[in-house]
Design a binder for this molecule. Structure first.
Ligand code: GLU
Length: 389
């Protein structure tokens, strides 16, 4: 265990550090000391050649502190206005803390819609890598002032997982206000809760240890942290959930000391594109497929052809992400379709050779090409074979 950990941190060059609101803020607003400590540690590690990207929460909480609101904010416009006030304060504190070390920081504010569009996703990636080349530290947050339900990441754990994937990080460090993952909620059962130092695989049992209960300034709770760990480990990136308020926590981690909970990366993991399809895109419809097609997709790693489709749901266009559902109603894969819902209604169940006759042209043999399809983990497990990569 100690060796696995040491090996992971020794190899890590690009690191995403996510800092939660619960770590950064007190009831009165932002805790400058915490940010100063983090900046000191990151500056020191950067001098050793490590590259850092930070996903930081705390905009809404520091805006609320600045406006001296006592209770919780009532509605979305209030939260968005508080974020507009607080994001500026947050960046100011980060910028001063890093300036002392001669390090420039950059602000990146993103919404989900910036990442679901492939072109904007690639632009985000290019900006991020240019900033890293320049040795500037990107500080990323959700663009809370414009985010509404449909375009929200929901919590910064999800945002951090996606950014870790985009920057091809070697490690995600999720700094939170507990010591790591416990086998039960330590807030409710502190006497019995035991810290788990290592998670080899995120099983149902591991998931059952978590709850979405968060402290008043945060969102998501441990559940969204473990979900984020699942997203990155599926992409081959290890994750450590660690206590963000503990002084010297990053130094400790990079010493290889047993701090927090380490989640090991999955052995077979997805390519960046499949990851984007599986975890970033929202499905626009469903294709119901027969047993033969389901087995071909899941067990044999084949593309989806029209002959295996028995039903079409939703109104999607060419290129949209669509979920494939088997005869039992289980989601087995998600992929980008080569045909619209209207055309698929006409060609479902037919042999590929008949597509041209029915539609007047045949741009593709496949309805979803294998390269544009991510098979779900549970389907692969049931089939006893891994065909994701
Ligand atoms: N984006 C929010 C903020 O900066 C925080 C979201 C979260 O904590 O997950 O206040």
């Amino acid at each position: 265990m100690a060796e696995e950990r040491k090996d992971i941190v020794r190899k890590a060059r690009r690191i995403l550090v996510k800092v939660g609101s619960g770590v950064l803020t007190t009831s009165g607003g932002i805790d400058r000391k915490i940010i100063k400590n983090l900046a000191d540690e990151i500056a020191l590690l950067s001098r050793r050649g490590l590259q850092f990207v930070i996903v930081s929460s705390g905009a809404i909480a520091s805006g609320r502190g600045r406006m001296e609101f006592s209770g919780s904010l009532k509605n979305l416009p209030q939260k968005q206005a508080a974020a507009a006030v607080g994001q500026r304060i947050l960046m100011d504190v980060y910028s001063r803390a890093f300036e002392k070390h001669g390090i420039a920081v950059a602000q990146m504010l993103l919404t989900m819609s910036d990442l679901v569009d492939r072109r904007r996703y690639l632009n985000t990636r290019n900006t991020l890598s240019t900033l890293m080349e320049w040795k500037v530290i990107p500080i990323i947050n959700e663009n809370d002032t414009v985010s509404v339900e449909e375009i929200k990441f929901g919590d910064n754990d999800t945002l951090a997982a996606m950014m870790a994937n985009i920057m091809e990080a070697n490690l995600l460090i999720n700094l939170t206000n507990t010591e790591g993952l416990y086998d039960r909620n330590p807030r409710r059962d502190s006497g019995r809760a035991v810290l788990i130092p290592l998670v080899k695989e995120i099983t149902e049992e591991i998931e059952s240890f978590t709850s979405s209960e968060a402290d008043p300034s945060g969102t998501g709770g441990m559940k969204s942290k473990v979900m984020a760990a699942r997203r990155v480990t599926a992409f081959g990136i290890p994750c450590i959930i660690a206590p963000g308020r503990r002084k010297g926590v990053l130094g400790d981690i990079f010493e290889g000391n047993e701090t927090g909970t380490l989640f090991l990366p999955m052995k077979t993991h997805m390519t960046s594109k499949k990851y984007w399809i599986a975890y970033t895109l929202r499905s626009r419809g469903k294709l119901h497929i027969d047993d033969g097609a389901a087995a071909a997709v899941v067990e044999k790693g084949k593309s989806l052809l029209p002959s295996g489709i028995v039903g079409v749901e939703g109104d999607f266009a060419v290129g949209d992400p669509v979920t494939c559902v088997d005869a039992k109603g289980a989601n087995i894969a998600k992929g980008l379709v080569n045909y619209s819902a209207a055309d698929l209604e006409k060609i479902k169940g037919l042999k590929t050779s008949r597509i041209e006759q029915v539609l007047g042209s045949k741009p593709y043999d496949e309805v979803i090409h294998r390269d544009n399809m991510a098979v779900s983990k549970s389907a692969r497990k049931t089939a006893g074979r891994d065909t994701s990569a």
